[in-house]
Design a protein around this ligand. Structure first.
Ligand SMILES: [Zn+2]
Length: 384
């Protein structure tokens, strides 16, 4: 197989600004990078199909023409979906974010690690599989992973597969689980009054204090329930808003928390737990007027360690690199939650590196080549 050009492709992907415009107002979005990927497909003997998100942002399916022409994938032979997202977070204070630089084995630039090196590995693997006559491997390049995942959700309305590999960075381990998250807004109501007559009002910010303390105690209790690869569920306070004029008792305080939930914990269940914490607070303060609501949630992800795909992926990495990868859980959430929810057995496998969303970001060059080779090995084993 011919995978060394994966680094040239990764460099060209990094050089195209594709900052997510939902995340960063004014971000360039995925239009230009999608056009580049389409042209790359044509130049490499592959077909591409665009499946736009409802807001018009591009998502691409890349592969041999018969594999991508119709909705719902091919039915004869097992299809394998190799996924990468095209968008990145903002450039932050990164120096020359869109000028890829090589330092030893490190390829630097915004999106190198998260996850243009992985996307490049996926695309090159689709090409190499096609060159070997395996015509049921498709690449999926989506927009908007870093914000609302509108891209993968739209693609999954049209395309399915018998397995999916999400090429988010896993340090070349085979990742089989990650947490979900639930964003919860807690509103505490008070009553406005003049600061010189506090007995006529209720200070919503003071009322919120015990709620914060109770939530911190609840966070400590989460350690009692653990997942073998992920550890405990998490909760942190993300934001607090309330009050206005200095001489007025605030009538409202809004505390926003993020709960990272384990496989088996639903967003609704997590909300119930936060409601129970509010009940504890009400027991101590019967006048407390507080309510909680979910503002956004994403499911956790898990695949059984004894799934056929997991075994094939481990063996494929071992053949490509000489090292048998570990089975790991990931700290971050990824679009794998959606492919799994769509009924597609899914793992995550991507190159090593450092600095997702940070000011210094790089992907390993040797690791990116190893990733592309591993994906080709997996395609042979799964589809061949
Ligand atoms: Zn990512």
């Amino acid at each position: 197989m011919q995978t060394d050009d994966v680094i040239d492709l990764a460099r060209r992907l990094i050089a195209i600004d594709s900052v997510n415009p939902t995340l960063v107002p004014g971000g360039r979005g995925e239009r230009e990078i999608a056009r580049f990927v389409q042209q790359w497909a044509v130049d490499n003997g592959l077909a591409s199909r665009e499946i736009p998100s409802p807001d018009g942002r591009p998502n691409l399916v890349i592969g041999p023409a018969p594999a991508i022409e119709h909705d719902a994938g091919r039915r004869d032979g097992r299809t394998l979906m190799l996924y990468g997202h095209m968008d990145t977070v903002g450039a932050g204070s990164m120096e020359a974010p869109f000028e890829p630089r090589t330092v030893g084995d490190h390829l630097h630039g915004r999106g190198a690690y998260d996850q243009k090196a992985g996307l490049a590995a996926a695309l090159v693997a689709v090409r190499e599989a096609a060159r070997e006559g395996i015509d049921s491997v498709i690449g999926v390049a989506v927009s908007d992973e870093e914000a609302l995942s509108t891209g993968i959700r739209e693609v999954l309305r049209h395309v399915t597969a018998d397995a999916a590999v999400i090429t988010e960075p896993t340090e070349m381990q085979v990742a089989i689980a990650h947490r979900g998250f639930a964003w919860i807004e807690i509103e505490v109501r008070g009553k406005a009054a003049h600061g010189s007559r506090p007995h006529l009002g209720v200070d919503a910010i003071f009322r919120t204090g015990p709620v914060i303390t109770a939530l911190e105690r609840y966070t400590a209790r989460l350690a009692a329930r653990t997942h073998p690869l992920l550890g405990a569920g998490l909760l942190h306070a993300s934001r607090i808003e309330g009050g206005g004029e200095m001489a007025t008792l605030p009538d409202r305080c809004v505390l926003s928390v993020e709960r990272r939930n384990l496989p088996g914990e639903t967003a609704e269940g997590v909300l119930d737990e936060v409601e129970a914490v509010l009940d504890e607070c009400r027991a101590a303060d019967p006048d407390l007027r507080a309510s909680a609501r979910l503002t956004l949630s994403r499911d956790p992800f898990e695949i059984r360690p004894d799934d056929d795909l997991v075994a094939l992926a481990r063996a494929a990495v071992a053949r490509a690199t000489g090292v048998t990868p570990d089975l790991v859980g990931l700290s971050f959430w990824a679009d794998s939650a959606y492919t799994a929810e769509a009924g597609i057995p899914t793992i995550l496998l991507g190159p090593p590196g450092e600095g997702a969303h940070a000011d210094v970001e790089w992907a390993s060059i040797s690791g990116t080549i190893a990733c592309a080779r591993s994906l080709v090995e997996l395609a042979r084993a799964f589809c061949g």
